[in-house]
Design a protein around this ligand. Structure first.
Ligand SMILES: N[C@@H](CCC(=O)N[C@@H](CS)C(=O)NCC(=O)O)C(=O)O
Length: 234
């Protein structure tokens, strides 16, 4: 494989999609330069050269050592968190983020697709649109059943865990801090069910994700979530 090139990572502290990528970078022990946008919404004009949709995360790979605000036409611009974590796994094969075994690779990718297709929509609906919590609980039960008895999603830490950790840990924190559009009744019910014996394996999984050194490296719940850029319900 060709030697590693410069990694310029565009991110924001509140962005769970960016968090996926940072977890993969830190798990792999990558050397990278991070440019932090203070929030996820407003981006300066120059950033559209990196990502025409203005979304984060992005990576500018290679090219000369330029300031983040002056992206070089010589670097390759890469976007989309799931493509980025696979890219990092490919750059750092020794990290084990994407194992060599085809079965484990398929399991990791399948786990991610299940999260994105089946859990993310009811999570958003319940937490940010104030809709019913039952569809989310049903899907959490199914993903819990797909976990091995202990440890990470495919038995070893992988891109599957990087993809879901930012969301599952936020889910837990949003409930605890009351951040979201759910009713008080739904907040209490969801908290109670997720704290019950039925979800013991899921809780342990989320705890393992949170305790992983790559997660601990940048996650400062109090620092982040008590200083939100715009007021939220708490
Ligand atoms: N599918 C994209 C989603 C990225 C995304 O929605 N990022 C949010 C921040 S978490 C963003 O940049 N939002 C600002 C916007 O949509 O303008 C990915 O996986 O990278």
């Amino acid at each position: 494989m060709s030697s590693l090139q410069r990694i310029q990572f565009y991110t924001a502290p509140y962005s769970p999609y960016s968090h996926r990528v940072r977890l993969a970078l830190d798990e792999a022990g990558a050397d990278y330069v991070a440019h932090n946008f203070p929030n996820t919404r407003t981006k300066p004009e120059w950033y559209y050269q990196v990502n025409p949709r203005g979304r984060i995360p992005s990576i500018a790979y290679g090219g000369p050592d330029v300031p983040a605000e002056e992206p070089s036409p010589e670097s390759v611009k890469l976007t989309e968190s799931l493509a980025l974590i696979e890219f990092i796994a490919d750059l750092f094969p020794e990290s084990g983020l994407l194992p060599k075994d085809p079965i484990l690779r398929a399991k990791a990718r399948g786990f991610i697709q299940i999260y994105d297709s089946f859990i993310q929509p009811p999570f958003k609906a319940a937490f940010f649109l104030g809709e019913a919590i039952e569809p989310l609980l049903l899907e959490l039960e199914k993903i819990q059943a797909a976990l091995p008895p202990t440890g990470f999603a495919i038995g070893q830490y992988s891109i599957a865990d990087c993809a879901v950790a930012p969301f599952f840990v936020r889910m837990k924190m949003f409930l605890r801090r009351g951040i979201g559009a759910f009713s008080q009744e739904n907040r209490e019910k969801l908290s109670e069910v997720l704290a019950s014996e039925k979800f013991a394996r899921f809780r342990q999984y989320v705890e393992d994700l949170e305790n992983r050194p790559n997660f601990q490296k940048i996650w400062d719940e109090v620092e982040l979530w008590t200083k939100l850029p715009t007021p939220r319900k708490e």
